[in-house]
Design a protein around this ligand. Structure first.
Ligand code: PEP
Ligand code: MG
Length: 325
């Protein structure tokens, strides 16, 4: 099995009917970039930057961040990297920020919601990302967006930072794309408006499942409700992808779902532009992908969305797998 997967490692992700499907890696530090590309990643679909802030006594400064992002870009050799601004606060505490503990951290003060208070920290991130964009293909992504106001506010800050850099004659990619995570359900219902304001989207299936179903993603007691086969979740995904594509924009998925083999036919059916996952899963996913027909997957997804329960979807998937083998 391993040698067969190795065969796929260096090929581009593609379905049996020749539809390209980019397979990217999630990383949390630049030192993971090299190994990710060696594992066959076609891009970095999610660089979670919060780890850079978590195991230290103070926030990394602009130059430190810039160096880290440049290291990742060097390993990328021209392939693109989506750098997500910090998703800390709530359940990912950082002592030196002194954010008070909360009763409902997942519904609380985290990610984009803390940027206004920690504006210097956010600006240092934007500056370091912009500066690194002079050395490779970089995209900026904002986590936990729940309203258009937040997007407009971020764009205002970004415009200021860009203007500062121009004044200082510091080079950056003037066309650097700005994207958002789709992980709070409200965004699915303002997706058309969001398409007018940002360049790309990445579905965070971990949080989107949690918030759509109102189940704590870390609570064993309710884990049976945390089910990505729920028809409500599948319809939400389809609505997001088809709306984004209607506007001619790009949408990937970067939650743990991407590496779940049994889900792949449904993800292909959605017509996502990219799936980003932990690097060791990439070769196996490319191999599975090569055996799937995109049109059959679309038919399967349509049937799944008409199901009434997760169990019905599960049976449908099992039947699809049997017919495949
Ligand atoms: C997600 O929510 O699916 C996601 C990729 O973000 P994180 O797991 O970092 O919250
Ligand atoms: Mg998330």
């Amino acid at each position: 099995v391993e040698s067969r997967q190795a065969e796929y490692r260096d090929q581009k992700g593609m379905t049996s009917d020749g539809k390209p499907f980019e397979l990217a890696a999630n990383i949390a530090h630049s030192i993971e970039a090299g190994p990710a590309f060696n594992n066959g990643a076609e891009a970095i679909g999610l660089f979670r930057t919060e780890m850079l802030y978590m195991d230290c006594t103070s926030a990394p400064d602009e130059d430190e961040l810039y160096n880290i992002f440049c290291q990742a870009l060097e390993a990328a050799e021209g392939k693109s990297i989506i750098i997500r601004t910090i998703d800390i606060g709530g359940d990912k505490p950082v002592d030196y920020l002194k954010i008070p503990a909360e009763n409902n951290p997942f519904l609380g003060y985290r990610a984009v919601r803390i940027y206004e208070e920690f504006i210097d920290l956010f600006k240092a991130q934007l500056r370091s990302i912009l500066r690194s964009s002079a050395h490779g293909s970089v995209k900026i992504m904002i986590p936990m967006v729940s309203s258009l106001e937040e997007i407009l506010w971020v764009k205002g800050v970004l415009a200021e930072v860009r203007q500062d850099l121009r004044k200082e004659h510091i080079p950056f990619d003037e066309k650097i794309p700005l994207g958002i995570m789709v992980e709070v359900p409200s965004v699915a219902f303002i997706i058309d408006q969001c398409c007018e304001e940002v360049d790309f989207f990445s579905i965070g299936s971990n949080d989107l499942t949690q918030y759509l179903m109102a189940v704590d993603r870390d609570n064993e007691k309710v884990i049976k409700h945390y089910n990505s086969l729920n028809p409500a979740f599948l319809r939400t995904l389809d609505h997001i992808v088809s709306s984004v594509h209607h506007h001619g924009k790009w949408v990937g998925l970067c939650g743990e779902l991407g590496a779940k083999g049994s889900m792949l036919p449904l993800l292909v059916g959605l017509g996502l532009d990219e799936i980003s996952m932990s690097a060791p899963s990439i070769s196996a996913t490319k191999e599975r992908l090569s055996r799937l027909d995109s049109r059959e997957c679309r038919i399967l997804l349509n049937k799944a969305m008409e199901c009434r329960t997760s169990l019905e979807v599960e049976h449908l998937l099992a039947q699809f797998r049997m017919e495949q083998s």
